[in-house]
Ligand binder design. Structure first.
Ligand SMILES: NC(=O)c1ccc[n+]([C@@H]2O[C@H](COP(=O)([O-])OP(=O)(O)OC[C@H]3O[C@@H](n4cnc5c(N)ncnc54)[C@H](O)[C@@H]3O)[C@@H](O)[C@H]2O)c1
Length: 217
């Protein structure tokens, strides 16, 4: 049994992760940390093998640091935090860290196809669309997509009610465009990726590992 604690357990993603862990074979939910639940991350680490963090850009790194310092592996889904800080913390810990800007398989494929297309077509721009409560812009997925693509790729951020997490990569060339589009219908789309990361984080050859694609290959 892998013992799992969730940081941000009362949030939109955290609640889903708790339910997914609860229903998964070989995993047991041992802690729910969230200020809303009056439980700090420090209170759940002693009973956990893995901490999953879906919190805020300004708290995710501190949570990850606390987990790694306590010898607890950490799976981070929060976007917009300082990756260099995570790299530093991972260097001085036996415990492993994993971060994915997007845990949905379709988004991982979108990033892969966009990277491939950018090596052939002249120019590209990214439009990312999210719900208005999202704190960071551009999204972690858009930033990562641009990083993987060739050339300088501008990102446009849209925040509107009714949207979960969508992205379009539009590529242009002589007399044509190509649009690669991913739409998140429901946050359940992220759960298979989160469960996979929880199961694999302890055995990662590299820490931190960034991107779900590394667990799928
Ligand atoms: N990687 C992915 O696939 C993916 C998918 C969706 C969302 N996200 C990211 O996940 C993060 C959370 O998104 P959300 O929509 O669930 O947000 P949310 O606001 O619904 O939930 C965040 C929760 O974190 C709690 N929190 C704040 N500080 C905390 C701390 N120090 N310790 C523990 N909990 C704390 C809040 O009280 C809140 O309940 C965001 O950064 C979002 O961009 C990533």
């Amino acid at each position: 049994m892998i013992r799992v604690a969730v940081a941000g357990a009362a949030g939109r993603m955290g609640q889903m992760v708790c339910a997914a862990v609860d229903g998964a074979d070989g995993l047991t939910l041992t802690g729910r940390a969230d200020p809303v639940l009056d439980t700090a991350v420090a209170d759940v680490l002693a009973d956990a093998d893995v901490l999953v963090d879906f919190t805020r850009p300004d708290t995710a790194l501190d949570n990850a640091r606390a987990a790694l310092a306590a010898g607890v592996h950490v799976v981070v889904g929060t976007s917009g935090f300082d990756m260099e800080g995570l790299r530093e913390a991972a260097r001085s810990s036996q415990a492993k860290a994993f971060f994915a800007p997007n845990f949905a398989i379709g988004a991982v494929l979108m990033m892969k196809f966009a990277a491939e297309a950018s090596r052939v077509m002249q120019r590209a721009e990214i439009v990312e669309l999210h719900h208005p409560a999202k704190l960071d812009a551009p999204s972690g997925t858009a930033a990562r997509t641009a990083e993987l693509m060739a050339g300088d790729v501008p990102i446009h951020s849209v925040r509107l009610p009714g949207i979960v997490a969508d992205q379009e990569v539009v590529l242009g060339d002589v007399g044509q465009t190509l649009t690669i589009s991913h739409r998140t219908i429901d946050r359940t789309s992220f759960m298979p990726g989160v469960l996979l990361a929880i199961r694999r984080v302890a055995d990662l050859p590299e820490s931190p590992t960034v991107g779900l694609e590394h667990l799928l290959e």
